[in-house]
Design a protein around this ligand. Structure first.
Ligand code: ZN
Length: 331
């Protein structure tokens, strides 16, 4: 007779691969993956980004060769980031909604090529402002909130009018969710465009490769007065609750892996909303670098990170691993 108490024995419940899979509340599927892509203003560009292995800046004319094979493998959504290299930047980010700019051209092109592909667009000013900050500034260099939210809303509306299924403001200006939702409704797009808020976006060290990719480092100062301090759980909770009240349709936490507690908080604070997380450039680069250094197997670690996001409560994951997962999930 064993001396183990009945309540001590758990292994019987997960001794088989199938019974192990039943332990998950949610299983990773292709539909949960949104692929971040960088669109630049040279229409024929395909430029590798050294700090973001395997990712490129793409020109509009190259989108078919880039996205077509992924759609065939089951890609269902993308989020577009504009990387203008030849535009005249100014203090309000005027090129952000240039009808001939890379994002608007890419929205139209992808809608025409792949009618079933869900197209989200990041909305921010930093790639388009002369100072590289995400909003409109006072003379002393601090954020001027009201015109910032108004300008972000204008840009979001332009992307929605160009055909984006979803606009996703990453700027972290106060009041922008309300301003965007109002602008969408007033333009008759309230029921045609999803508003995904980067609600809890932290001032993280993990954005470095993205800044290389997007050329969006600020020309002075940093973003600590609008992105959240990494140690701020309470502020993150308030930001999530505010964005729910202001009309966000999807809540996002960014970055993901160091902020699993915030994802779990968001799942509890906004239980009736889809919950997204962004496995950001530095997280992706870290996972790839660890695998290259022989610390772990790439695929196993990529699954472990994304499954931790699901366990914490996510229903949508923005990740640069999307193309690989489209293969891995078929195996
Ligand atoms: Zn920005």
């Amino acid at each position: 007779m064993s001396s183990l108490a009945i309540s001590s024995v758990l292994q019987g419940g997960y001794q088989h691969p199938l019974s192990r899979s039943w332990q998950a509340k949610r299983t990773l599927t292709k539909g949960m993956l949104m692929y971040p892509i960088f669109i630049t203003d040279d229409p024929n560009a395909r430029v590798e980004i050294p700090s973001l292995p395997g990712q490129c800046r793409w020109g509009v004319n190259k989108l078919e060769e880039f996205i077509g094979p992924l759609v065939k493998k089951g890609l269902q959504s993308v989020i577009l980031f504009g990387v203008p290299l030849n535009c005249a930047k100014d203090d309000k980010g005027t090129p952000a909604d240039d009808p001939e700019g890379p994002v608007i051209l890419a929205i139209k092109k992808l809608r025409a090529l792949y009618p079933a592909l869900y197209i989200a667009t990041d909305v921010c000013l930093c790639e388009y402002t002369s100072h590289g900050h995400c909003g409109v500034l006072h003379d002393d260099g601090t954020i001027n909130s009201t015109p910032s939210a108004a300008r972000i809303a204008e840009v979001a509306l332009s992307y929605a009018q160009a055909g984006a299924h979803c606009v996703a403001p990453s700027d972290m200006m106060d009041g922008r969710i309300k301003a965007i939702k109002r602008a969408l409704i007033d333009a008759g797009l309230g029921n045609k465009c999803t508003l995904m808020s980067y609600s809890a976006k932290f001032a993280s060290s993990l954005y470095g490769p993205f800044r290389d990719a997007a050329g969006s480092a600020p020309s002075f100062g940093d973003r600590k007065c609008y992105q959240l301090p990494p140690q701020a759980k309470g502020l993150a909770r308030r930001a999530i609750q505010r964005d729910v009240v202001e009309g966000a349709d999807i809540i996002m936490v960014k970055p993901a892996l160091p902020y699993l507690d915030i994802i779990q908080d968001a799942a509890q604070l906004a239980p009736d909303h889809p919950l997204a997380c962004y496995q950001v450039s530095g997280e992706y680069a870290m996972v790839v670098a660890g695998a290259r250094a022989g610390v772990y197997d790439l695929r196993t670690m990529a699954f472990e990170t994304c499954e931790s996001f699901l366990r914490a409560g996510c229903t949508l994951i923005l990740t640069y691993f999307t193309p690989q997962f489209l293969d891995w999930l078929d195996e």
